[in-house]
Design a protein around this ligand. Structure first.
Ligand code: PA5
Length: 501
């Protein structure tokens, strides 16, 4: 496969205080809120040591207790997946993923993807970044065989699920018509997450109503993606879904690190994305991380400077400012990655995703003049996919835009970008740029792998285990106890009971 030369880059020079020739109010602010010019150099030796540790963790079969849980499998997974596919073809996990995706694409016009957290956010990020912004609204001819995609099972919102089912009931009436058939992918590594399991029950019941309880479609158009063991796997077996039609999330890959397992790859293939280019991008990033020196290594750069900003300069709010609205869900995916990986022991930066310029009209004031607890990572895209929209001359010039008639939206965005970052720099507000050459599978593969490895690096630099999320269990435990304690009564009667009636 021919891929353009399209490496992503991290540019952090604005995070470093410029040499101050004399005292000025700005120089004083810069000394306080930006990195000293030799600080990054000083941390390079430690970074190399930690990189060596992270690389060595990939090989550990029986990790010592201080490293548990350890789920470093995601680091080499993209290359291994490609190698296995090359060797075993259809019999490899990627081969099976592509086969099941093909089945869903050929036989349905709609696919519901159920999952939450790491079993949802990656696929949603890929959908929003890489599919047409109005994918689900496009006529079938324009979608070229790609089904519409809906995400559910990521909350307990009764009405949202009810409205999805209502839409399916009304849009899909005759299961004999391929354009009215629908399917579902249910994703849960543990197989026991209540949000997803509850939605799956409702969706399965709806499917049974639509196809009939004996229909073969129930086994063919429902694809579970789960860990090697668990309730979802057992349920799939009990429902008669063939073992070969259940995709596996490897034990050694944690939920929020699983976008390059079938968790992300099956929905991606259903959406018609080039999953090999995604994996190639991710594998290239792993190679860069392991082999490149600091100056050409965005993983080391991003981990180092964000670590220093949080831990040494107290920038505990980490804003991912995405300058393309198609990347908002990549930001949300990173929110979870950072929160669940490093938000432990009363530490860890708080992530915030902002879409610029949209949020310059909401959060912008706080970013410019509010609490000095933020570092802003701009996520910018060099090359747009579509030809630039030029303002052009208009007969009526009351809006005064004729002066910019030859300017395009990318020109205006560029002015906004430069103007915003200049304004931040003038107030010693720290910003850096994560530069994407464009938005395509190969680039997004690099970006997601870069952020995942950088998060692990940061965890190791802080002495925090980036794997596992023990804090998430607290709410689950309480929710289960409350559910078990309250009898199976309709809501009104439970309310009456609570009131002691
Ligand atoms: O990162 C994680 O492990 C979590 O966010 C999980 O992905 C999330 O809790 C969903 O879990 P499961 O896939 O087991 O349903």
């Amino acid at each position: 496969m021919q891929l353009p030369d399209e490496n992503i880059e991290y540019q952090y020079s604005r995070l470093v205080a410029p040499p101050a020739e004399s005292w000025t109010p700005l120089a004083e602010l810069q000394a306080k809120h930006l990195l000293a010019d030799d600080r990054v150099d000083q941390i390079k030796a430690k970074l190399n040591t930690v990189r060596g540790q992270v690389a060595a963790e990939r090989e550990l079969q029986n990790p010592p207790p201080r490293l548990q849980p350890l789920q470093a499998g995601f680091i080499d997974l993209p290359q291994k997946t490609l190698d296995n596919f090359r060797r075993k073809g259809d019999a490899s996990e990627l081969g099976r993923t592509l086969r099941l995706a093909q089945r869903l694409k050929e036989n349905t016009d709609r696919v519901v993807v159920l999952g939450i957290g790491g079993s949802y956010l990656g696929a949603k990020a890929l959908f929003d970044a890489l599919c047409h912004a109005f994918h689900n609204e496009l006529p079938a001819k324009m979608r070229m065989g790609k089904p519409r995609v809906y995400f559910e099972g990521n909350n307990l919102d009764n009405d949202a699920l009810a409205e999805l089912l209502e839409m399916l009931e009304n849009a899909c009436v005759d299961p004999d018509l391929p354009e009215e058939r629908w399917g579902a992918i249910v994703i849960s590594k543990s197989g026991g997450t209540l949000e997803t399991a509850a939605a799956y029950r409702a969706v399965r019941a709806e499917m049974t109503k639509f196809y009939g309880p004996k229909s073969d479609w129930l086994k063919k158009l429902l694809v579970p993606v789960t860990g090697p063991k668990g309730k979802l796997r057992d349920l799939a077996k009990a429902e008669g879904i063939a073992d070969d039609d259940v995709l596996t999330i490897p034990d050694e890959v944690g939920g929020r690190y699983s976008v390059f397992t079938p968790v992300g790859l099956l929905p991606a293939a259903v959406m018609g994305l080039d999953v090999r280019a995604l994996l190639l991008g991710a594998a290239a990033m792993t190679k860069r991380f392991l082999e490149e020196p600091f100056d050409r290594n965005p993983v080391l750069q991003f981990a180092a400077v964000n670590h220093l900003m949080t831990e040494e300069l107290g920038k505990t709010t980490r804003v991912m400012a995405v300058w393309s609205k198609k990347l908002e869900s990549v930001g949300f995916w990173y929110d979870q990655l950072l929160s669940e990986s490093l938000g432990k022991n009363n530490r860890g930066a708080t992530p915030v995703t902002s879409v610029y310029t949209r949020d310059l009209h909401s959060r912008g004031q706080q970013h410019q003049e509010g609490t000095r607890d933020k570092v802003i990572n701009n996520l910018i895209v060099r090359q747009q996919k579509h030809p630039p929209i030029v303002l052009g001359m208009a007969d009526r010039n009351e809006d005064d835009l004729n002066q910019f008639s030859r300017k395009s939206l990318p020109d205006i965005l560029d002015a906004a970008f430069r103007g915003t970052n200049q304004a931040y720099a003038d107030a010693a507000r720290p910003t850096a740029d994560l530069v994407l050459p464009g938005i395509n599978e190969h680039v997004i593969g690099q970006l997601m792998q870069m952020l995942m490895i950088a998060t692990v690096m940061e965890g190791r630099l802080m002495g925090i285990n980036p794997y596992g999320q023990p804090g998430v269990e607290a709410y689950k435990k309480n929710m289960m106890a409350l559910l078990k304690a309250s009898p199976n009564l309709p809501k009104g009667e439970v309310a009456d009971q609570l009131k002691g009636k």
